[in-house]
Design a protein around this ligand. Structure first.
Ligand SMILES: Cc1cc2nc3c(=O)[nH]c(=O)nc-3n(C[C@H](O)[C@H](O)[C@H](O)COP(=O)(O)OP(=O)(O)OC[C@H]3O[C@@H](n4cnc5c(N)ncnc54)[C@H](O)[C@@H]3O)c2cc1C
Length: 384
């Protein structure tokens, strides 16, 4: 008998299991995958997530595994360039998922959680509405008073408990990415162009990850020549196209339109959802891994008795960014007031850092949008 069973052992599940085990709980965490294991995802971890890894004693291990870390980013939105350091010494890194997820699984095991890899959950054990365990495909059963679904955007746990959907926006983008060697890429670069978003980040083994997104309606044409469309997109981003073309692609291209935007209720009798299982959004703002780590911390302190309402805290922290992200995923150019506001932000370092802090997860979206803050930024620009 365990105190908690966690289904899924990537960022949300392994971190939840690790933290609960550190609180002294008996934890079982299972995953159908065996680690190290890659998954369909790029991997920028925003500064709030990196700070969590540092506090948990894991950042040094990521760096020791050869993961580049930077305090700087360059964000080019339709020609307006926001460039600077993240507020409060924030750091960003982009570890391969084979590196990050394995490191988290190892940390959960070290903390005392029982980790079972290659375990495919086929269903939940229930007494009426109350969940009290899991059943594997091989018929093995495990019991606990709490089952945590950390099983990703197509969560079986969420399906089995019929977790209500609180907010949903249809998928908006098609995304493609791969890895290049020999690209001059000291810090991360982000670009928004009409109908396109691009991210390029240095990652492990001296490689550069290059990602491009287009409206999902273009998938039919995009898929006929993914590399051609991806390179055509980076060609619209200053000299990035040349730098990428000067390098050499060393892995296959990955493409997906499986990019839902869904917020689910996060708890019920005997169950909780963390990470993508509870709230998933388009990767265009690269929030998912950081959100998964934040959920793990919120839920672990709620279960261990130190936290308040998990659902309320999750929603307060996440819903404004969910709305911002689904808006950005429309890939429309900034026009009118928004374009003027961005130019004003770019004029002052303090405003640039505040803006970058929103995506870093260190400045609340509503702090940037507060009418007094917006007015201050515009007035400062008008004064030159
Ligand atoms: C193209 C793309 C690019 C992205 N880029 C970024 C980025 O740059 N930065 C960022 O922060 N986020 C990014 N994301 C989002 C990020 O991948 C997710 O938010 C993150 O992986 C969520 O972690 P998780 O632990 O909740 O779920 P997952 O990583 O999906 O892990 C779920 C785990 O549950 C296991 N599982 C599922 N069902 C079962 C079952 N029945 N039995 C046993 N195990 C099961 C799976 O095997 C899996 O290991 C991207 C996503 C995509 C698709």
């Amino acid at each position: 008998m365990y105190d908690v069973i966690v289904v899924g052992a990537r960022p949300a599940g392994a971190a939840t299991a690790m933290l609960l085990a550190r609180h002294g709980l008996r934890v079982l965490v299972v995953d159908r995958a065996r680690f190290p294991s890659d998954t369909l995802s790029t991997h920028q971890i925003q500064p709030a997530g990196v700070d969590r890894l540092r506090r948990w004693g894991l950042l040094e291990r990521l760096i020791a595994a050869g993961t580049p870390v930077t305090g700087q980013v360059r964000f080019d939105i339709g020609g307006t360039v926001l460039e600077g350091r993240f507020p409060a010494g924030g750091l960003l890194c982009s570890p391969r998922r084979t590196v990050l997820d394995k490191l988290l699984v190892d940390a959960a095991r070290e903390a005392g959680a029982e980790v079972v890899e290659g375990f495919h959950v086929a269903g939940l054990l229930k007494d009426g509405d109350r969940v009290h365990g899991i059943r594997g495909r091989d018929g093995t059963e495990h019991r606990a008073p709490v089952v945590v679904g950390a099983d990703g955007k197509h969560s079986l746990v969420a399906k089995e408990v019929a977790a209500p959907v609180l907010r949903e926006v249809a998928p908006r983008t098609v995304a493609s990415y791969s890895y290049w060697e020999g690209v001059d890429m000291p810090v991360g670069e982000l670009y928004h162009r009409p109908g396109r978003a691009v991210a390029a980040f240095p990652t492990n083994d001296g490689l550069t990850m290059v990602y491009a997104a287009a409206p999902v309606e273009e998938f039919g044409t995009w898929r006929t020549d993914v590399e051609g469309h991806l390179l055509d997109t980076v060609d619209r981003c200053g000299d990035l196209g040349k730098r990428v073309r000067d390098g050499r692609r060393v892995e296959r291209l990955r493409t997906t339109v499986d990019l839902p935007n869904v917020v689910r209720r996060a708890h019920g009798p005997g169950w909780f959802l963390v990470g993508d299982a509870g709230l998933v959004m388009d990767p265009v703002t690269a929030q998912g891994i950081g959100n998964a780590l934040a959920d793990a911390e919120l839920l672990a302190s709620a279960i261990a008795g130190a936290g308040t309402g998990y659902q309320r805290e999750r929603d307060d922290a996440r819903l404004p960014m969910f709305d911002l992200t689904t808006g950005i995923a429309e890939l429309r150019p900034a026009k009118g007031f928004n374009a003027r506001f961005l130019r004003a932000v770019a004029r002052r370092q303090a405003s640039t850092e505040q803006f970058l802090g929103v995506f870093a997860g260190t400045v609340p979206v509503r702090a940037l949008r507060r009418p007094g803050n917006v007015a201050r930024i515009l007035v400062q620009r008008a004064r030159g």
